[in-house]
Design a protein. Structure first.
Length: 185
């Protein structure tokens, strides 16, 4: 297969836009989870693309057949690869922002459910039935989406676990950005 098919173009003759599309297409092919592959870390994917931007005498390990073909011909344009790095970092920062927004939402829900928990404790300590009813009504007012006296503690625990999970995701994404920023083409 000749690079630049069907016109047989090579290296500098290939339009810059086509080179950018090629880098983006290879990146997408590597990171997109498919039936026959598992998800590759973004930084590992970029390292593979950097290898493909090096001179042909550079020893390579590649993840996909498409990238392996590039071992023999044309190579990836380093300038286009740098542009991809910027897009990947921006996209990862956006993803972090979404995770942070979700963590904030979860924390608001946790605060609400903890108020319910406090009302339940006050209801249990109350001596008069009127006071117990007052706290139970406060609990009812704070319930949302199918929550009730029987399940709110389970929902609270699920939210707490979700925060821990999302904090881990956020930390991993920040780490990916650090790794990507250290990569050199």
């Amino acid at each position: 297969m000749e690079f630049g098919y069907p016109q047989g173009l090579t290296k500098k003759d290939i339009p810059y836009v086509a080179q950018i599309i090629r880098v983006a297409d290879e990146y997408d092919a590597i990171v997109t989870k498919r039936q026959y592959t598992t998800h590759v870390n973004i930084s590992e994917t970029l390292k593979d693309l950097i290898k493909d931007a090096k001179p042909s005498d550079y020893m390579k390990t590649v993840a996909l057949d498409v990238v392996r073909e590039n071992y023999k011909v044309g190579k990836i344009n380093p300038k286009a690869l740098k542009a991809l790095f910027k897009v990947v970092i921006d996209d990862t920062l956006y993803e972090i922002s979404c995770v942070i927004d979700y963590i904030n939402y979860l924390n608001e829900q946790i605060d609400r459910l903890e108020k319910i928990e406090k009302y339940e404790l006050k209801s249990q300590k109350a001596k008069r039935e009127k006071d117990k009813d007052y706290y139970r009504e406060g609990m009812r007012m704070l319930f949302q989406n199918g929550e009730d006296f029987d399940n709110y503690k389970q929902v609270l625990e699920e939210y707490r676990m979700a925060v821990i999970t999302r904090e881990d995701v956020k930390d991993k994404l920040y780490n990916e950005i650090k790794i990507i920023k250290k990569l050199r083409i």
